[in-house]
Design a binder for this molecule. Structure first.
Ligand SMILES: Nc1ncnc2c1ncn2[C@@H]1O[C@H](COP(=O)(O)OP(=O)(O)O)[C@@H](O)[C@H]1O
Ligand SMILES: [Mg+2]
Length: 379
């Protein structure tokens, strides 16, 4: 049995208790769930972010690229939602769309809603959005060197974010900078603040990026492949730190990764993306133990074993589709090991809730248990 699948079963009873409490409790009561010893998350029922039918297209000379093609999900306070999928499946463009940072042209958000703490973001002015960005919602970038400016010291870079969003100056600004560095466990923060990025180790730089991310006490942090450029030991320490911060601050994390091994350690729920659409969503235990979509199964099957864990991309049979030439129907059907069904080429398969909280894009070509659930499809 793969290591990840085994470690997930360990959390079974706890996850069940949480699922129940979500249904019965209407007030937002924080629940502690420890996923695989990587720290607890402060789950609650309160939805902080809701994305509905988001569509982001790019105009290219080959045609319109539907990078995000009708994506919907929600994230609760203190929850970690994993977004997984192969490279090119639209994970980052979805994240950039929430932040309204899609390069335009060639990109454009052409449809949908993004509701953060009860406020619709897609209609905000650019000025209002600047306040939201790095305030209520912030993003931790993949590469700490890319996220930090080499010519400014740490004090300046952490301070900049705080100045913009909290208007602090002088002593109170300095206090807040040191406090943010302390929260990400940077030793001797008042001395370290004077350092430049190149004077810090890779792990410390990653922490500084984390400090900038949490300095404004956001309700949502988007971490886009945050560990790719770090070695395995630093990765583990950083992931544990993210969980600690989450526990202390009650922040929701959207954790974007292609690594299902990390998902098992970090996430409460998982959304699996393929060709700009979500094909399956559920709690992490169900995704590992009872995946229904063949793409989810393939991704889980491709998790590298511990000894060969090199952070490389999962490899599954066949090629991801060309996003400018997508079939209207089930995009995974041509790669699925199941028998191809002509019907699936015609229209978009519906996303069906097969069990409370477990949604799957239901098509004959990609879901072996199709017949078991087909009665749930709304006619
Ligand atoms: N600037 C761009 N111009 C044209 N197409 C783009 C651009 N950025 C992203 N895309 C398209 O969006 C798709 C999804 O990209 P992305 O969200 O970065 O994938 P992921 O993060 O899942 O690896 C890509 O396959 C690419 O075709
Ligand atoms: Mg990406």
């Amino acid at each position: 049995m793969p290591r990840t699948a085994k470690s997930t079963t360990k959390t079974t009873s706890k996850s069940k208790a949480t699922a129940k409490s979500r249904v019965t409790k209407s007030k937002s009561t924080a629940k502690n769930v420890d996923t695989d010893g990587f720290g607890k998350s402060a789950l609650s029922d309160e939805v902080v972010l809701e994305v509905k039918n988001l569509e982001t297209h790019f105009t290219t000379r080959w045609g319109t690229v539907k990078a995000v093609d009708g994506v919907s999900y929600h994230v609760r306070r203190g929850e970690t939602l994993g977004i997984v999928g192969e490279s090119g499946s639209g994970k980052s463009v979805t994240a950039f769309s929430l932040m309204r940072l899609v390069p335009s042209p060639p990109g454009k958000i052409v449809g949908g809603e993004v509701n953060l703490n009860g406020r619709e973001l897609l209609g905000l002015s650019e000025n209002e959005m600047t306040q939201v960005r790095g305030g209520e919602i912030s993003m931790i970038l993949q590469d700490p060197m890319q996220a930090l400016n080499p010519v400014f010291n740490i004090e300046n870079q952490v301070g900049e974010a705080i100045k913009i969003h909290q208007g602090l100056k002088g002593d109170s600004l300095w206090k807040k900078i040191v406090d943010s560095l302390q929260k990400v466990r940077i030793p001797a923060p008042d001395t370290r603040a004077k350092d430049f990025p190149h004077q810090l180790s890779g792990g410390m730089r990653q922490r500084v990026v984390g400090a900038i991310g949490i300095s404004s006490a956001p309700s949502v942090i988007i971490a886009d492949e945050p560990t790719t450029s770090l070695d395995v030991t630093i990765q583990a320490a950083y992931l544990r730190l993210l969980r600690q911060i989450q526990q202390e601050e009650g922040v929701a994390i959207i954790f974007i990764t292609h690594d299902f091994g990390i998902v098992a350690k970090m996430c409460d729920r998982v959304a699996v993306m393929y060709a700009g659409r979500i094909v399956e969503v559920s709690d992490v235990r169900t995704i590992f133990n009872e995946p229904l979509h063949e793409y989810t199964k393939a991704l889980i099957g491709s998790v590298p074993k511990l000894e060969e864990k090199t952070g490389r991309l999962p490899q599954i049979e066949g090629q991801p589709p060309l996003l400018y030439d997508l079939p209207e129907g089930d995009a995974f059907a041509p790669r699925s090991p199941l028998k191809f069904d002509e019907e699936d080429a015609k229209g978009r398969p519906p996303l069906v809730e097969v069990k409370p909280g477990h949604w799957v894009q239901l098509s004959k070509s990609s879901v072996a248990d199709y017949d078991k659930f087909s009665h749930l499809i709304e006619k």
